[in-house]
Design a binder for this molecule. Structure first.
Ligand code: SAM
Length: 533
């Protein structure tokens, strides 16, 4: 597990420390009091200074710059830092303006940060629209970033960038199983442009977080400037009105001296280094282990995430998160829990549907596999009897209880199958290592199906086959309406969807479709696609 620390320095500026990496977002270190012009008659006044001076940061490995052309994201003191950073990653237009050595990424392009002895960090650009529809040519390019590395604790870290809520950001929720969101809010408005908004309201931010289902949400870019029309109170109110899981994901730094962040009070809390002025560090606490750490805008205090238990080693307090089910359970953890519980009865229940709804489906899959076969979300291994004897079989599955039954089935069939526990959204296999990938009856419940399909594509060799079978939204409107109603219950209870489709996701991932069939009033879909050579 990596040790991650996030320090909110002010506005959109964060220091993100990951196992030896020092990454800075949107550097803003100017003193308060100045008014900055953003073009087209718009302007904003900086009201508060940074929580930490730039000099206190040490060597920066990279700056992740959502855009370079607004001073609330890159100010004069921030610009001075750019040449000192190992790398600057930003928009394509920004990289042209900033010049040599800057990496410009278009949406969904990625770059990697590598260094000996540290985890490789993949930085993927995500779409942003910093204003109303069609405003991009006027407002300019902005990007968000998704950060992924091996051993990431709660899943990818997403910095949304300055954006309104629109389909581009919703797609991020579909493509990545986001664990932590750095949410740019503020509902930016200018007198000159009336009701037009340039960033999300807190309510829209909470709605986006509901879609994302992240473990932690860190709101930024809502304080310290006059162009923010919503501040901390709006953030608190919007999340208080959100569903329990969204509410529980909020990690809000508190601007007042000596106060703990929202919701993070109570026994077990430890001050972190440095102790606030005039306060002694509690006995035995030097610093906490893997945890979120926030500095307040007045720079006086940092504290760490709530430990479920505190273990002391000499003068070090090590904190860890609760292992039991919590209101902030991630969609993936929910899947594991649901399928662990259903494992003993699964074979009995699915046997009926195999006869009635999915008849011939497993045979259809078995007839098409060849070579090295990976079955994603293999469950209890019900496809195993249908695979040809010369296929080399590997299965990956989230639920240990389902996997145990698959192991027994493989032994009974006398088949050698490499069965592993793992997440379809982060397959534990090297790229281009399988000739066929199969996924049956599972994209309906895998939390982020587009991300899983991207992963299936990654592990396939060029020319490799993707074979999918699942229940999907019917082609008959009355049946579709019934599925929609049913889904109101099943998503909440078991994270199972009835109105998803596989084919559009397979196309969007760049596969070539070989066969696609809809059966049973269009409620069953079979897809055979090929990864381009
Ligand atoms: C309906 S069962 C299908 C099992 C099997 N593929 C079959 O055809 O019988 C859905 C399976 O998807 C698995 N699953 C859900 N989310 C997953 C994920 N993110 N990674 C791997 N498996 C997942 C569940 O644990 C469950 O075993």
């Amino acid at each position: 597990m990596t040790d991650v620390r996030v320090t909110h320095i002010g506005g959109p500026t964060l220091l993100i420390e990951v196992d030896g990496w020092q990454l800075l977002t949107d550097p803003t270190f100017d003193a308060p009091g100045r008014t900055y012009r953003f073009g087209w008659g718009t302007a904003s006044r900086k009201l508060t200074g940074p929580a930490l001076p730039a000099e206190s940061l040490g060597d920066l490995d990279a700056v992740l710059l959502t855009h370079d052309h607004h001073a609330d994201n890159l100010d004069d003191a921030g610009r001075v830092l750019l040449p000192t950073a190992g790398r600057v990653v930003t928009t394509v237009a920004g990289s042209r303006r900033l010049g040599a050595g800057t990496i410009g990424l278009a949406p969904w392009q990625h770059t990697t940060l590598t260094a000996p002895g540290r985890p490789t960090i993949e930085v993927t650009a995500t779409p942003c629209r910093h204003g109303p529809p069609l405003s991009r040519p006027v407002v300019g390019e902005v990007t968000g970033f998704v950060l992924r590395w091996a051993g990431q604790r709660h899943g990818p870290l997403w910095i949304t960038g300055d954006t309104v809520l629109y389909d581009g950001v919703r797609q991020v929720a579909d493509r990545f199983g986001i664990g932590t969101v750095v949410l740019h809010l503020g509902a930016v408005r200018f007198g000159r442009t009336g009701a037009l908004r340039y960033t999300m309201t807190a309510a829209e931010g909470a709605e986006l977080c509901r879609l994302v289902g992240a473990h932690s949400v860190l709101p930024v870019h809502y304080e310290g400037w006059s162009h923010f029309s919503e501040g901390r109170q709006a953030v608190e109110a919007a999340f208080a009105a959100a569903p329990a899981t969204v509410r529980a994901s909020l990690r809000l730094a508190h601007p007042r001296h000596g106060q703990l962040p929202h919701g993070l009070t109570g026994p077990g809390w430890r001050w972190n280094l440095p102790p606030p002025p005039g306060r002694a560090l509690p006995d035995g606490c030097v610093r906490s282990g893997p945890s979120w750490i926030w500095a307040y805008p007045d720079g006086s205090l940092r504290c760490s995430e709530r430990p479920s238990r505190t273990r002391r080693t000499g003068r070090t307090a090590i904190v860890s998160n609760p292992a039991r089910r919590s209101p902030s359970e991630s969609p993936t953890a929910k899947q594991r829990r649901v399928w662990d519980r259903s494992a003993p009865s699964y074979d009995r229940q699915i046997a009926f549907l195999e006869r009635v709804q999915f008849a011939g489906g497993r045979e259809w899959l078995g007839d098409r596999v060849r070579g090295r076969v990976l079955e994603v979300a293999i469950g209890t291994g019900r496809n195993l009897p249908y695979y040809p004897a010369d296929a080399t079989l590997t299965g990956v599955e989230l639920s240990p209880a389902m996997l145990d039954i698959a192991r027994r089935r493989a032994a009974e069939l006398g088949r050698a199958v490499d069965l592993r526990e793992g997440d379809a959204e982060r397959l534990p296999f090297a790229s281009a290592s399988f000739d066929t990938v199969v996924c049956a009856l599972s994209l309906c419940s895998i939390p982020h199906p587009a991300q899983a399909i991207d992963e299936m594509k990654r592990v396939l060799v060029p020319g490799g086959r993707l074979l999918l079978l699942d229940h999907v939204a019917s082609t008959w409107p009355p049946v579709r309406a019934a599925q929609w109603l049913l889904e109101r219950v099943t998503v909440r209870v078991a994270g199972e969807y009835f109105t998803r489709r596989q084919l559009p996701l397979v196309r969007a991932a760049g596969f070539t479709i070989v066969e696609a069939e809809r059966l049973k009033a269009g409620t069953v879909e079979r897809v055979h696609a090929v990864k381009s050579a």
